[in-house]
Design a protein around this ligand. Sequence first.
Ligand code: C5P
Length: 206
Amino acid sequence: MIIAVDGPTASGKGTIAKALAAHFALPHLDTGLLYRAVGRQVALNGGNPDDPTDALAACDFPASLLDDPELRSEASGGMASRVSVHPAVRQALFERQRAFALQPGGAVLDGRDIGTVIAPEAEVKLFVVASVPARAERRFREMQAQGRAVALADIAADLADRDERDRTRAEAPLVAAPDAVLLDTSDLGRDQAIAAAIAIAKQKRG
Ligand code: C5P
């Protein structure tokens, strides 16, 4: 069974995808991490994330970069969003994601274009959304727990920027697949959101 979990930043899709993977004993790939690694590698190379050649060169990042805690920062998220607009970058990361989705037994992938581009044949497609204030508040609490000093208003502005860039890009924009089930987590706690996602997956699987 392939489960595609798409949605904007801090919607809860990562938590939901991990929980679905644990519940159905499936491997999980956080595809945002791949784009974050490309963004980080551009910075390490001293390149420009808006330049397609610099961004493509960064797709050769070493596997060890995926363990870099810096990838979780807002700065890396912003860089990821900028490199992800280049079709050549998306193409370079496509096979890796597709192979993960097609492994025997299935997989859970979360990202922006899993249900539309990477695995359009997924049996279960969730599109996880939440309001900007709810997402900003969650990200703020996460950052505080990590001891990072950030202002709530800056997080909300950054989220809104990233949403806009992800939704309006020409290649693989953030959009729900026609057969995706919408899950709004604005007013749901962590456990409620996970329970709702599991119920949807079970129902879709039949
Ligand atoms: O999900 P996360 O916030 O880690 O993703 C970082 C950025 O990577 C997103 O803002 C988006 O621009 C890009 N991304 C993408 N396609 C994916 C996953 C992430 O374009 N499948």
